[in-house]
Design a binder for this molecule. Structure first.
Ligand SMILES: [Zn+2]
Length: 83
């Protein structure tokens, strides 16, 4: 691991990892979406993104509506498929 590579923390399990290993997301009007380059972002590790319990916890934490949480879960599943 190179010393100057940015490290970020997963908001679900608080594990620190290289930024590039994490999934960058943002909350936009209640909905959680992939980071668009603007606004505040947060990170989720790959393990948490595939952990149903952790994902449900996030949905609660961000008070997502049913529609928004379905979209979020779908997005994470797509990520898994694409590797
Ligand atoms: Zn995590």
């Amino acid at each position: 691991m190179q010393k100057n590579e940015p490290i970020r923390m997963c908001i679900a399990c608080r594990v620190r990892q290289l930024q590039k290993e994490l999934i960058r997301l943002q909350q936009n009007r209640g909905n959680i979406s992939p980071y668009s380059g603007k606004g505040r972002s947060f990170y989720l590790c790959r393990i948490c993104s595939q952990n149903e319990k952790k994902v449900k916890g996030l949905i609660k934490r961000f008070r997502l509506s049913t529609d928004d949480s379905e979209r979020f879960v779908k997005y994470l599943k797509e990520l898994d498929k694409n590797g």
